[in-house]
Design a binder for this molecule. Structure first.
Ligand SMILES: [Zn+2]
Length: 272
């Protein structure tokens, strides 16, 4: 049900039965910058970004396509590696792991994220009542793997109205969690942690403490789980009441899980 032109440099529209339309650029060049903020990447890595990830395996292996990447610390355009730097860069923050959203909210899109994840991909499970999974974002590239990831959820705020949540796992210094919390970052701060913990998460039959950090217009909690930062950021700040009880987490990378995730419309809070 689809057509493509495999000539180098040719651009074709690929129509899919479920109505998605992909614009693919078939080119065999190495990484090439487009308008200073896009990059042609091998499809396997590119599954994390671009328009309408997914599709047949055979097509994926051959194709490359254009995705937009941003700085995990500030959201500005990520500059691709060049003759002068082997790293992605932000004009303000220097070397960075470029951030992209997983475009396909589906088991296939999630599988693409999990394949390259160096850090846990943490999901509250069971989900809070009425909450849906509403996005994934990943920072890293095909060389480094995913060094930070954000799982977005949306659902009812326990005290009324809609709520949004981001659960972020990241290596030290990436800065995605602090950015989502509206903080300078990249980590929680030199005086962290101060005082007794304010919340707990449960993972693998262990409990891990989280501390509340002051964040503008939202509730933000952070702690260390399995050697990585774990941030939980909620909007509005009253949705932080979801953490009155310890929140159980799953690492979606762990084998043997067959979670039937309910996906919803993409969260406006998802970075990237
Ligand atoms: Zn930046």
């Amino acid at each position: 049900m689809s057509m493509r032109d495999t000539r180098p440099g040719a651009t074709r529209r690929v129509w899919r039965p479920h109505g998605w339309e992909l614009r693919l650029r078939w080119a065999w060049a190495e990484h090439r910058s487009v308008d200073g903020r896009a990059k042609i990447v091998p499809w396997d890595a590119g599954r994390l970004g671009g328009r309408g990830a997914g599709g047949s395996r055979g097509r994926n292996r051959e194709g490359v396509r254009i995705v937009s990447l941003s700085c995990p610390r500030c959201g500005s355009a990520a500059l691709p590696p060049s003759a002068w730097s082997s790293s992605w860069r932000c004009a303000k923050h220097g070397d960075i792991y470029p951030l992209r959203q997983v475009q396909s909210l589906s088991p296939e899109g999630l599988a693409g994220l999990l394949r390259n994840a160096v850090v846990p991909v943490m999901l509250p499970w069971p989900l809070p009542d009425g909450w849906l999974v509403t996005g994934f974002a990943a920072a890293g590239d095909e060389r480094s793997g995913t060094r930070a990831c954000a799982v977005a959820l949306s659902g009812p705020n326990p005290v009324g109205g809609p709520g949004e949540m981001l659960v972020i796992c990241e290596e030290l210094g990436v800065g995605l969690g602090a950015n989502c919390a509206g903080l300078e970052g990249p980590d929680p701060g030199a005086d962290f942690p101060a005082g007794l913990p304010d919340a707990q998460v449960e993972f693998g039959n262990h409990e891990f403490p989280l501390w509340h950090v002051d964040a503008p217009g939202r509730a933000a909690f952070v702690g260390e789980v399995m050697g990585t930062w774990l941030w939980v950021v909620l909007w509005p700040d009253t949705a932080g009441t979801l953490l009155v009880e310890p929140m159980a987490l799953r690492d979606l990378r762990d084998p043997g899980q067959d979670l039937d995730l309910p996906f919803g419309a993409r969260s406006p809070r998802l970075p990237g």
